[in-house]
Design a protein around this ligand. Structure first.
Ligand code: SAH
Length: 241
């Protein structure tokens, strides 16, 4: 059997015999860029029905169609981890979203804090980055990227039972580690380039569900800190165990 060289995210439901009409962009990618033809296999997932092996049934420049043949992977949900982070410069924010999807975050939450430099994000563009990362890394789930939310509001509406790994640069070099004891839903919080304000730090530290954590003896850039924190969490509480 020919090996599929493309993995594609689609919106439609997937099941045996299901046909999938392709968008103009997907048809261009499959038939214009990847030079695929009728009969070629494609791996497809939609974030709900696992991964399916499909075959190309219509291959035109501007449109096309696939048919689902067999499931190749069941849906694999990541652990219930949110990555909350203050958006930084565009390319670094894109990096954080891409890495969060690869590292197995269930939800990605851009947060506006006192020292956040970018007050606007393009949610649709960031969501597209998460989709692309899932296509690349073999994931069957795509984390939702939320709209920008103010830290105050996020904390005011905090769901009961969710723990918070508060990565605080003021703890640089301290012995505050993530204790691998509390399971269940979690979130990681990473601050902006300017760090957290004193008021934010005081508020965060007083929260009963917050766990203050140091990420070692050096100050990391926010994008590095996000990957480091997710590594630690996945290793001690997530699906790397
Ligand atoms: N400008 C700030 C640093 C901000 S680093 C200063 O010089 O103090 C950006 C974010 O990464 C921080 O808000 C924090 O969430 C995280 N971070 C970076 N290094 C860290 C460390 N050693 N321990 C805990 N969190 C860290």
């Amino acid at each position: 059997m020919k090996q599929a060289k493309v993995r594609l995210y689609v919106e439609q439901g997937l099941g045996e015999g299901q046909t999938i009409p392709l968008t103009k962009e997907q048809a261009h990618y499959l038939f214009g860029v990847m030079r695929m033809a009728v009969g070629d296999p494609v791996l497809v997932f939609n974030g709900r029905d696992g991964e399916w092996r499909c075959a190309v049934t219509v291959a035109n420049k501007r449109n096309g169609e696939l048919v689902c043949e067999a499931q190749t992977k069941p849906l694999q949900m990541p652990p219930d981890l949110w990555l909350c982070f203050a958006p930084i410069k565009k390319a670094r924010t894109d990096f954080i979203v891409e890495k969060a999807a690869e590292m197995g975050a269930a939800r990605i939450v851009p947060v506006s804090t006192d020292f956040t430099n970018s007050e606007r994000i393009r949610q649709d563009r960031l969501q597209a980055h998460a989709v692309e990362a899932a296509e690349q890394c073999g994931g069957t789930y795509v984390p939702e990227v939320s709209d920008l939310v103010k830290l105050d509001r996020l904390l005011a509406e905090w769901p009961e039972g969710r723990q918070l790994m508060f990565c605080d640069e003021a703890e640089v070099g301290s012995a505050k580690r993530l204790a691998a004891s509390t399971g269940g839903p979690w979130a990681i919080l990473i601050g902006p380039e300017g760090g957290f304000s004193d008021a934010e730090r005081a508020r965060l530290k007083a929260l009963p569900f917050a766990h203050v954590v140091s990420l070692g003896p050096r100050i990391l850039r926010a994008d590095t800190a996000a990957v480091a924190a997710m590594t630690l969490w996945q290793q001690s509480l997530g699906d790397w165990q």
